[in-house]
Ligand binder design. Structure first.
Ligand code: ZN
Length: 400
């Protein structure tokens, strides 16, 4: 048994801290107790003066995607070996930043599956991973930008087969492109519908039959409606949603994964902006404020928001994931407690992992981040973890 002694432990549901010691056994939380009795031989970690929150969960990552170059085509010709080395390093950076779980919604030739296996075997360090494999898309010129990521399927039967192929590779969810993308070819329109309602329903059918969930990339309004109507579990981006669509998400229990970092982090990185093709730069700038306003409105209307960054897009570097929580609190109208909820319990629910992840409670994985100050007072504290614990193992320790 290992004890984290003397810290302030965060209760995600109450939105408050209390003094407690945390016992960890076999990678899980065995007790959350004040002044608990320890057995001889128990190991202790001094957490006095530290603020302990659950390990954070990022529901929208592309762990195989490099972020330095503003031109998405620059990454298209990489070998799988190069991708694997990059993804392993990106996974470690992500974990050390306090993100102990990620959901990858578009990998690269299933290299991310091998990275997950190496993490599980303890060969390399990285977060828990829930993986979509390749994302499913209609025939589009953008598939040439991301040849390792796109699985083209036209028609409901082809979508069923493509979804089954992802599951065969070990996917935990199915990702579908309901509308055009932003970081896409010049001819692709983010306001265009891609998969039809029938095709989306086919993806949901296969996922449901296999106890998996579905994430739908959506910018265009009608694509958002189609995805909700098809029964997907999360809308990614949700850029052009109106009140009617957002209310429909509340009623259906559809989660929203905001990915505000995709726009916000790009414009904090001058090198990424400078190397971005002009038409993409214009597009990204044009829609960033619209996106922010939609996420703010979604929160006002009570849509469940699950934190996701789109880490892997230009300037949106792996390991800076918690900036999404900061942006949600500073620009989208959330309190710090709501922002932390989005990256813990809400994300865990979307992953169907509520019994295992998302809070510091007995029986859950001992994934814990220690901060030097109260993040409810300053959300930026999330970006300064002093200790990161995954499955009870201290993987980062800056206390000294
Ligand atoms: Zn994405």
């Amino acid at each position: 048994m290992r004890w984290l002694m003397g810290g302030q432990v965060y209760d995600v549901d109450k939105g408050s801290f209390r003094a407690a010691d945390v016992a960890i056994e076999n990678g899980r939380i065995a007790a959350v107790d004040r002044g608990a009795k320890r057995a001889p031989g128990d190991e202790t970690v001094d957490a006095s003066g530290l603020w302990l929150i659950p390990g954070l969960i990022d529901c929208h990552v592309h762990i195989t995607q490099p972020t330095d170059d503003g031109d998405p085509r620059a990454a298209a010709s990489r070998t799988d070996a190069e991708v694997a080395l990059f993804a392993a390093a990106a996974a470690e950076r992500t974990l050390l930043a306090g993100v102990t779980t990620i959901r990858d919604v578009g990998g690269w030739n299933y290299v991310e599956m091998a990275v997950r296996s190496a993490i599980q075997a303890g060969t390399i360090r990285g977060p828990r991973m829930f993986l979509a494999g390749r994302l499913l898309s209609i025939t589009t010129s953008t598939a040439d930008y991301y040849p390792g990521m796109y699985e083209v399927a036209d028609g409901a039967d082809a979508v069923r087969a493509a979804a089954r192929r992802q599951l065969g590779h070990g996917a935990d969810l199915i990702k579908v492109m309901a509308t055009g993308a932003m970081l896409s070819s010049e001819t692709e329109d983010s306001r265009a519908i891609q998969f039809t309602l029938e095709e989306l329903k086919a993806a949901v059918e296969i996922a449901r039959d296999n106890h998996k969930h579905v994430a739908a990339h959506c910018h265009a309004l009608r694509g958002i409606h189609n995805a909700i109507d098809a029964g997907v579990d999360s809308i990614e981006h949700c850029t052009f949603a109106d009140d009617e669509a957002l209310r429909k998400m509340v009623a259906a229990g559809t989660a929203l994964v905001p990915t505000l970092c995709a726009g916000e982090m790009l414009f904090r990185d001058p090198a990424a902006v400078a190397s971005m093709p002009e038409f993409l730069r214009v597009r990204m700038a044009e829609f960033n404020d619209v996106h922010l306003a939609t996420i703010r409105r979604a929160h006002e209307l009570g849509v469940t928001i699950a934190m996701g960054t789109d880490a892997g897009t230009p300037g949106n570097h792996h390991g800076l994931n918690v900036q999404e929580c900061v942006i949600l609190a500073r620009k989208a109208g959330m309190t710090p407690a709501e922002s932390i909820r989005s990256a813990t319990v809400n994300a865990a629910r979307l992953l169907r992992q509520s019994d295992h992840l998302g809070s510091i409670d007995v029986g859950k994985h001992a994934d814990i981040v220690a901060l030097r100050a109260n993040p409810l007072d300053d959300i930026d504290e999330l970006a300064r973890p002093t200790m990161v614990i995954k499955a009870g193992d201290v993987v980062r320790d800056d206390r000294a």
